[in-house]
Design a protein around this ligand. Structure first.
Ligand SMILES: Cc1cc2nc3c(=O)[nH]c(=O)nc-3n(C[C@H](O)[C@H](O)[C@H](O)COP(=O)(O)O)c2cc1C
Length: 211
Protein backbone atom coordinates (compact mmCIF):
# COMPACT_ATOMS: atom_id res chain seq x y z
CA UNK A 1 0.00 0.00 0.00
CA UNK A 2 1.11 3.52 -0.76
CA UNK A 3 -0.79 6.81 -0.62
CA UNK A 4 -0.39 7.08 -4.40
CA UNK A 5 -2.24 3.85 -5.14
CA UNK A 6 -5.39 4.12 -7.24
CA UNK A 7 -8.49 1.93 -7.34
CA UNK A 8 -10.07 1.12 -10.70
CA UNK A 9 -13.41 -0.68 -10.98
CA UNK A 10 -14.97 -1.77 -14.25
CA UNK A 11 -18.72 -2.33 -14.10
CA UNK A 12 -21.36 -3.49 -16.55
CA UNK A 13 -22.10 -0.31 -18.49
CA UNK A 14 -21.27 -0.16 -22.16
CA UNK A 15 -17.81 1.35 -22.59
CA UNK A 16 -15.33 -1.39 -21.65
CA UNK A 17 -12.72 0.30 -23.92
CA UNK A 18 -12.73 3.29 -21.55
CA UNK A 19 -11.81 1.10 -18.61
CA UNK A 20 -9.15 -0.81 -20.53
CA UNK A 21 -7.52 2.35 -21.82
CA UNK A 22 -7.61 3.93 -18.37
CA UNK A 23 -5.84 0.91 -16.91
CA UNK A 24 -3.16 1.07 -19.63
CA UNK A 25 -2.60 4.79 -19.04
CA UNK A 26 -2.39 4.44 -15.25
CA UNK A 27 0.17 1.65 -15.62
CA UNK A 28 2.15 3.66 -18.17
CA UNK A 29 2.17 6.51 -15.63
CA UNK A 30 3.76 4.12 -13.13
CA UNK A 31 0.78 3.95 -10.81
CA UNK A 32 -0.15 0.99 -8.63
CA UNK A 33 -3.70 0.04 -9.51
CA UNK A 34 -6.09 -1.95 -7.34
CA UNK A 35 -8.34 -3.47 -9.96
CA UNK A 36 -11.74 -5.05 -9.57
CA UNK A 37 -14.45 -6.02 -12.06
CA UNK A 38 -18.12 -6.89 -11.61
CA UNK A 39 -19.58 -9.99 -13.32
CA UNK A 40 -21.58 -7.67 -15.60
CA UNK A 41 -18.33 -5.92 -16.59
CA UNK A 42 -17.01 -9.31 -17.73
CA UNK A 43 -20.12 -9.81 -19.89
CA UNK A 44 -19.85 -6.37 -21.46
CA UNK A 45 -16.12 -6.80 -21.99
CA UNK A 46 -16.70 -9.96 -23.97
CA UNK A 47 -19.51 -8.35 -25.96
CA UNK A 48 -17.47 -5.26 -26.81
CA UNK A 49 -13.92 -6.58 -27.10
CA UNK A 50 -14.05 -10.39 -27.35
CA UNK A 51 -11.84 -10.59 -24.25
CA UNK A 52 -12.75 -13.26 -21.72
CA UNK A 53 -11.79 -12.56 -18.14
CA UNK A 54 -12.21 -15.09 -15.34
CA UNK A 55 -13.01 -13.40 -12.06
CA UNK A 56 -11.86 -16.44 -10.05
CA UNK A 57 -8.61 -16.91 -12.00
CA UNK A 58 -7.74 -13.41 -13.11
CA UNK A 59 -4.99 -12.96 -15.67
CA UNK A 60 -3.96 -9.48 -16.83
CA UNK A 61 -3.26 -10.90 -20.29
CA UNK A 62 -6.93 -11.93 -20.61
CA UNK A 63 -7.95 -8.35 -19.88
CA UNK A 64 -5.37 -6.32 -21.79
CA UNK A 65 -4.53 -8.77 -24.57
CA UNK A 66 -1.24 -8.10 -26.33
CA UNK A 67 -0.90 -4.77 -24.48
CA UNK A 68 -0.33 -6.69 -21.22
CA UNK A 69 3.24 -7.58 -22.23
CA UNK A 70 4.22 -3.91 -22.53
CA UNK A 71 2.05 -2.69 -19.66
CA UNK A 72 3.90 -0.82 -17.00
CA UNK A 73 5.90 0.36 -15.20
CA UNK A 74 2.92 0.45 -12.83
CA UNK A 75 1.54 -2.61 -11.07
CA UNK A 76 -1.85 -4.26 -10.85
CA UNK A 77 -3.27 -5.78 -7.69
CA UNK A 78 -6.42 -7.65 -8.64
CA UNK A 79 -9.23 -8.05 -6.10
CA UNK A 80 -12.26 -10.30 -6.56
CA UNK A 81 -15.43 -8.21 -6.45
CA UNK A 82 -16.73 -10.13 -3.41
CA UNK A 83 -13.47 -10.01 -1.43
CA UNK A 84 -14.34 -7.77 1.49
CA UNK A 85 -11.00 -8.73 3.07
CA UNK A 86 -9.18 -6.65 0.44
CA UNK A 87 -7.34 -3.61 1.76
CA UNK A 88 -9.42 -1.24 -0.37
CA UNK A 89 -12.48 -2.24 1.68
CA UNK A 90 -11.07 -0.21 4.58
CA UNK A 91 -10.45 3.49 5.06
CA UNK A 92 -7.20 2.70 6.85
CA UNK A 93 -5.80 1.50 3.51
CA UNK A 94 -4.46 4.67 1.92
CA UNK A 95 -5.17 5.47 -1.70
CA UNK A 96 -5.05 8.56 -3.89
CA UNK A 97 -8.48 7.97 -5.40
CA UNK A 98 -10.81 5.66 -7.24
CA UNK A 99 -12.42 5.55 -10.66
CA UNK A 100 -15.46 3.50 -11.63
CA UNK A 101 -15.08 3.40 -15.40
CA UNK A 102 -17.44 2.58 -16.94
CA UNK A 103 -20.04 2.95 -14.18
CA UNK A 104 -23.38 1.20 -14.63
CA UNK A 105 -26.61 2.71 -13.39
CA UNK A 106 -26.86 -0.21 -10.99
CA UNK A 107 -23.49 0.56 -9.42
CA UNK A 108 -24.30 4.28 -9.34
CA UNK A 109 -27.52 3.44 -7.47
CA UNK A 110 -25.66 1.25 -4.99
CA UNK A 111 -23.07 3.96 -4.35
CA UNK A 112 -25.75 6.64 -4.03
CA UNK A 113 -27.50 4.59 -1.34
CA UNK A 114 -24.45 3.18 0.44
CA UNK A 115 -25.44 -0.43 -0.21
CA UNK A 116 -21.93 -1.90 -0.11
CA UNK A 117 -23.09 -5.21 -1.57
CA UNK A 118 -19.76 -5.87 -3.24
CA UNK A 119 -16.19 -4.66 -3.02
CA UNK A 120 -16.77 -2.03 -5.73
CA UNK A 121 -19.61 -0.41 -3.79
CA UNK A 122 -17.67 -0.70 -0.54
CA UNK A 123 -14.46 0.82 -1.95
CA UNK A 124 -16.52 3.68 -3.38
CA UNK A 125 -18.16 4.13 0.04
CA UNK A 126 -14.71 4.24 1.61
CA UNK A 127 -13.54 6.92 -0.79
CA UNK A 128 -16.57 9.05 -0.02
CA UNK A 129 -16.36 8.66 3.74
CA UNK A 130 -12.62 9.37 3.74
CA UNK A 131 -13.20 12.41 1.52
CA UNK A 132 -10.99 11.01 -1.21
CA UNK A 133 -11.41 11.45 -4.94
CA UNK A 134 -14.08 9.19 -6.45
CA UNK A 135 -14.68 9.55 -10.20
CA UNK A 136 -17.73 7.88 -11.75
CA UNK A 137 -18.02 7.52 -15.53
CA UNK A 138 -21.65 6.58 -16.18
CA UNK A 139 -22.94 5.53 -19.59
CA UNK A 140 -26.64 5.33 -20.18
CA UNK A 141 -29.06 7.20 -22.36
CA UNK A 142 -31.68 8.46 -21.95
CA UNK A 143 -31.71 8.82 -18.17
CA UNK A 144 -34.85 8.57 -16.08
CA UNK A 145 -35.37 10.67 -12.99
CA UNK A 146 -34.30 7.99 -10.50
CA UNK A 147 -30.99 7.58 -12.32
CA UNK A 148 -30.53 11.36 -12.38
CA UNK A 149 -31.27 11.56 -8.65
CA UNK A 150 -28.82 8.74 -7.94
CA UNK A 151 -26.07 10.53 -9.86
CA UNK A 152 -26.93 13.77 -8.05
CA UNK A 153 -26.74 11.94 -4.70
CA UNK A 154 -23.29 10.62 -5.63
CA UNK A 155 -22.17 14.16 -6.53
CA UNK A 156 -23.64 15.56 -3.31
CA UNK A 157 -21.68 12.95 -1.35
CA UNK A 158 -18.47 14.15 -3.03
CA UNK A 159 -18.08 12.03 -6.16
CA UNK A 160 -17.10 13.54 -9.49
CA UNK A 161 -19.67 12.45 -12.07
CA UNK A 162 -17.82 12.41 -15.37
CA UNK A 163 -20.14 10.92 -17.99
CA UNK A 164 -18.76 9.18 -21.05
CA UNK A 165 -19.53 12.16 -23.29
CA UNK A 166 -16.65 12.78 -25.69
CA UNK A 167 -16.26 16.34 -26.98
CA UNK A 168 -16.02 17.21 -30.65
CA UNK A 169 -14.18 20.53 -30.47
CA UNK A 170 -10.98 18.47 -30.36
CA UNK A 171 -11.88 17.12 -33.83
CA UNK A 172 -11.57 13.41 -33.00
CA UNK A 173 -10.50 11.37 -36.02
CA UNK A 174 -11.17 7.96 -34.55
CA UNK A 175 -13.01 6.17 -31.80
CA UNK A 176 -9.66 5.91 -30.04
CA UNK A 177 -9.48 9.73 -29.94
CA UNK A 178 -12.95 9.85 -28.39
CA UNK A 179 -12.00 7.20 -25.81
CA UNK A 180 -8.77 9.06 -25.01
CA UNK A 181 -10.67 12.28 -24.44
CA UNK A 182 -12.78 10.70 -21.69
CA UNK A 183 -9.86 8.77 -20.20
CA UNK A 184 -7.79 11.96 -20.22
CA UNK A 185 -10.49 13.83 -18.33
CA UNK A 186 -10.68 10.99 -15.77
CA UNK A 187 -6.89 11.20 -15.37
CA UNK A 188 -7.18 14.97 -14.84
CA UNK A 189 -9.53 14.30 -11.95
CA UNK A 190 -7.21 11.67 -10.47
CA UNK A 191 -4.15 13.90 -10.80
CA UNK A 192 -2.46 11.59 -13.30
CA UNK A 193 -0.35 13.26 -15.99
CA UNK A 194 -1.08 12.29 -19.58
CA UNK A 195 -0.88 13.41 -23.17
CA UNK A 196 -4.21 11.98 -24.26
CA UNK A 197 -5.94 15.11 -25.48
CA UNK A 198 -5.24 18.51 -26.90
CA UNK A 199 -6.30 21.07 -24.35
CA UNK A 200 -8.36 24.06 -25.28
CA UNK A 201 -6.10 27.09 -25.32
CA UNK A 202 -3.00 25.10 -26.25
CA UNK A 203 -1.23 25.67 -29.57
CA UNK A 204 -2.74 23.78 -32.46
CA UNK A 205 -6.23 23.79 -30.98
CA UNK A 206 -9.18 23.21 -33.26
CA UNK A 207 -10.13 26.47 -34.91
CA UNK A 208 -13.90 26.21 -34.52
CA UNK A 209 -15.21 29.46 -33.12
CA UNK A 210 -17.39 29.99 -30.10
CA UNK A 211 -16.07 27.26 -27.76
C1 LIG B 1 -23.94 -5.73 -23.35
C2 LIG B 1 -24.50 -5.00 -22.18
C3 LIG B 1 -24.50 -3.63 -22.18
C4 LIG B 1 -24.99 -2.90 -21.09
N1 LIG B 1 -24.94 -1.53 -21.12
C5 LIG B 1 -25.30 -0.83 -20.04
C6 LIG B 1 -25.12 0.58 -20.01
O1 LIG B 1 -24.63 1.20 -20.95
N2 LIG B 1 -25.42 1.23 -18.87
C7 LIG B 1 -25.93 0.59 -17.77
O2 LIG B 1 -26.18 1.25 -16.77
N3 LIG B 1 -26.15 -0.76 -17.78
C8 LIG B 1 -25.84 -1.48 -18.87
N4 LIG B 1 -26.01 -2.84 -18.90
C9 LIG B 1 -26.72 -3.48 -17.78
C10 LIG B 1 -25.81 -3.75 -16.58
O3 LIG B 1 -24.73 -4.57 -16.96
C11 LIG B 1 -26.64 -4.42 -15.47
O4 LIG B 1 -27.57 -3.50 -14.95
C12 LIG B 1 -25.81 -4.99 -14.36
O5 LIG B 1 -26.64 -5.52 -13.36
C13 LIG B 1 -24.88 -3.97 -13.74
O6 LIG B 1 -24.14 -4.62 -12.72
P1 LIG B 1 -22.86 -3.97 -12.07
O7 LIG B 1 -23.21 -2.57 -11.71
O8 LIG B 1 -22.58 -4.82 -10.88
O9 LIG B 1 -21.77 -4.06 -13.06
C14 LIG B 1 -25.53 -3.58 -19.98
C15 LIG B 1 -25.52 -4.99 -19.98
C16 LIG B 1 -25.02 -5.67 -21.06
C17 LIG B 1 -25.01 -7.19 -21.03
Amino acid sequence: MAAGDLVLALTGASGAPYGLRLLEVLLAAGRTVHLTLSPAAVEVLEQETDRRVRLDRFDLGDLLGAAAAGAGPGRVHYHHYLDFQAGIASGSFLTAGMAVCPCSMGTAAAIAHGLSQNLIHRAADVHLKERRRLVLTPRETPLHVVQLRNLAACAEAGAVVLPAMPAFYTRPRSLQDAVDFIVGRVCDQLGVEHQLLRRWGEQGEASAAGE
